[in-house]
Design a protein around this ligand. Sequence first.
Ligand code: 5AD
Ligand code: SF4
Length: 451
Amino acid sequence: MKKLFIKTYGCQMNVYDSARMADLLAPLGYAPADVPDAADMVILNTCHIREKASDKVYSELGKLKLLKDEKAQSGGKMLIAVAGCVAQAEGEEIIKRQGAVDIVVGPQSYHRLPELIARINREKGHALDTDFPVEEKFDTLPEEIGTNGPTAFLTVQEGCDKFCTFCVVPYTRGAEYSRPVAQIEREARTLAGKGVREITLLGQNVNAYSGEGPDGETWSLAKLVRRLAKIQGVDRIRYTTSHPRDMSDDLIEAHRDVEALMPYLHLPVQSGSDRILDAMNRQHTRDDYLRLVERIRAARPDIALSSDFIVGFPGETDKDFADTMALARAVGYASHFSFKYSPRPGTPAATQKQVPEDVKAARLEELQELLFAQQRAFNRSCEGRTLDVLFEKPGRQAGQAIGRSPFLQPVHADNAADLIGRIVPVKIEKVFPNSLSARLLYPSRMAEAVS
Ligand code: 5AD
Ligand code: SF4
């Protein structure tokens, strides 16, 4: 067997893509390796969303070049491929900057990796493919899927037509595309057949999903979720990432009605200032967002909400930032991601006058102080409660297992190693900033009978 090392950066969509690249290369004799040393092929699946994420790629490539040289000295060969959004955005430039790179392949054309590898082995030089044949990609990817425990990602939608003025995604992932329902259902059944009990549906704009249904009609995400919830073994469904504009009534109703749909929603707001939301081209106001949150909570009162925030977008004043703080206080989030604005080449906001770095840093600190306090408060509110946990993997201590609550909090419990793959009610006993510790309600052999 040949050794394949894949390093994944960025979002969950990249995690899905990396797993599919491994599925694609398995028939060519490549088996996954944990380290790049002496690998026959290394793939960096890259992220272009913020400057820091992109920069990491070149320093990693420098290190890989040394490993490649080492392997060549002992008569071996290491292929280096750059995939993902940096590959899409920079293309040929990557090969110019780092000659050790053999293949550059974009996020919508990685299904052609076997051809690209064959070409490199046949001819000398480099191979580059940054086309957008997204439909062809999903038609060609192998039906055989490797799984890694009882949870899995499943990409249902790709690309984005929203063009927020800070964001590279519409350029790197291309136009919105929704996979047909039948194709998704087949993949979900395969996953369930391999013991997967929780599926997270992925899309850059997942709630804008509008795929072809088996009846020839266009199906919404809500309709897809209802369909997937019927599959035997699929006990938990999540989806990410959603845009406030596409949070339709039927999806909100699904949160009320569909038991498998977990009470957690990542709903990025980015800013709480109408002026900045407009400059970002978000296509909603702070009031739209607050009213939406009210409607979601009316349908599913215990839902845990999460968001992305950007501070220091060009033109953001102290007043705009105060509006963001006020919105976060008004909503009350269970978790969040927050970033300093990072100018991305080719996006409209990148050429505007920038907010000074020290102002961005101070705002980020203030916002994070509030949001982490909210997260701690949410976690504390779970103390003493009984929550269902899907145990996913062994913990650090012997006999310990780690899983997730319905609200996506990591939960660990002792004497639970034999419950991996099961959904078990546990009592939350201790609360930490980023995780919960629980006690089994029943000895694990009895819990087996319960789940
Ligand atoms: N600068 C900072 N954060 C960004 N994001 C996207 N583009 C940028 C940028 N240029 C953040 C947004 C998005 C998340 C995935 O990354 O908050 O929701
Ligand atoms: Fe980027 Fe906006 Fe599209 Fe999200 S909705 S992927 S932030 S352009």
